[in-house]
Ligand binder design. Structure first.
Ligand code: GLA
Length: 363
């Protein structure tokens, strides 16, 4: 028996913030950093997972799977095994060693990458045939039920469906994905503000509940079913908070659709403006940004060749994504880091990110 190897990338959300669990639309991309797993069947019900470099090791029995608080990192792997079993897939014990080039807590979905890499490894080890959309959905279920984070489909679908040089357009109602060519001559710069985010916390779930409440007040199944015109009509009847939350999601859905048009036309300036508008809405309507993240966007705005910049992912810390002209990329990267240090005393880490392929089996 030879060892098997799987890989799944992190993702960057380009437009469509907090739209996924509102049955909405999102534009994202898989990035050139991710998680590799090396492992095999254990030939028994024994499950052995770990990260040798970080000195992590966890063992359990495939017949007795339960989340652990002490070694919570292992829940991302074990949770996927649990969901595969609940779906009636013929899987049992396995081993997996993790290695990662993806920073944790940076808003780049290291947790989804770990889940999707686990799914790919199990598929390879046990010779299964599973559609990519089902990989994404089972991994989301692992995150929802085993990890306890009520995320939507964005992170897992992006890690699964990435394609080099292409954005991912995900429709969370129809659960369909389309890869859209990303214009040439521009780069994405991801900048971590240095303050980690933690989404298992209350804010994400609170925003989710506020969105569902706003949809109920508007008499629709999900905020997906509201246009900005309809929302403006209803404004006077809504509590301010419901209006704000709905305005963010409705605006983001509309910006995604506009953004796709701009990508198809190669209108990178237009796309960048949508990113700035998205961030403004995070600040004003959704209140999921932080002073550090706002600072990064504000600095980016002043730099040559920058077309757009916004928070990426859940929020409350994490990272920004900046769209900029290729020829300015290095200079902007250095300037953002230097100015942020100067103005806040904190250290931000920026890197020019390539849009990469999604999850796959290496061996
Ligand atoms: C996190 C969640 C996703 C999505 C984004 C916000 O990344 O895991 O499901 O809701 O936040 O768009």
């Amino acid at each position: 028996m030879g060892m098997h190897q799987s890989y799944a990338p992190g993702r960057v959300e380009l437009l469509g913030n907090h739209t996924d669990y509102n049955d909405g639309v999102v534009l994202s991309a898989a990035i050139d950093r991710g998680i590799t797993l090396i492992g095999d069947s254990t030939g028994s019900t024994r499950v052995q997972v770990g990260d040798p470099v970080a000195g992590l090791h966890y063992e359990t029995d495939a017949e007795k799977l339960a989340p652990t608080k002490e070694q919570d990192w292992s829940n991302y792997l074990v949770g996927v095994l649990d969901v595969f079993k609940k779906n009636g897939l013929p899987v049992s014990g396995f081993s997996a060693d993790i290695s990662s080039t993806l920073p944790q807590g940076a808003g780049l979905s290291s947790s989804a990458a770990l889940e999707v890499a686990t799914a790919m490894l199990l598929i390879k080890i046990y010779g299964l045939e599973v559609k990519l959309i089902d990989v994404a959905k089972m991994c989301r279920r692992a995150e929802n039920e085993f990890v306890g984070m009520n995320c939507g489909l964005l992170d897992q679908a992006s890690s699964a469906f990435g394609k080099a040089g292409h954005a991912i357009f995900l429709d969370c109602r129809s659960e369909t994905v389309e890869n859209i060519p990303f214009p040439k001559g521009v780069e994405l710069l991801i900048t971590r503000c240095g303050v980690p985010h933690r989404l298992i916390g209350g804010e994400y779930n609170e925003r989710r509940a506020q969105c569902f409440d706003a949809a109920a007040r508007l008499g629709v199944k999900a905020l997906r079913d509201v246009t900005s015109a309809r929302l403006e009509e209803a404004k006077a009847t809504l509590p301010t908070l419901s209006y704000q939350r709905a305005a963010h999601v409705v605006g983001e859905n509309e910006r995604v659709l506009k953004g796709i048009e701009f990508l198809r036309e190669g209108n990178v300036a237009g796309f960048g403006e949508l990113m700035f508008a998205s961030h403004e809405s995070s600040i004003r309507n959704f209140e999921n940004s932080t002073p550090e993240i706002d600072k990064l966007v504000e600095i980016a705005k002043t730099l040559p060749g920058v077309l757009g910049s916004r928070i990426t992912g859940g929020g409350f810390g994490g990272a920004t994504v900046t769209l900029l002209r290729k020829e300015n990329a290095e200079e902007v990267k250095e300037a953002i880091e230097a100015k942020y240090k100067e103005q806040t005393g904190n250290t931000a880490t920026a890197y020019i990110c390539e849009i990469a392929d999604g999850a796959h089996i290496i061996a």
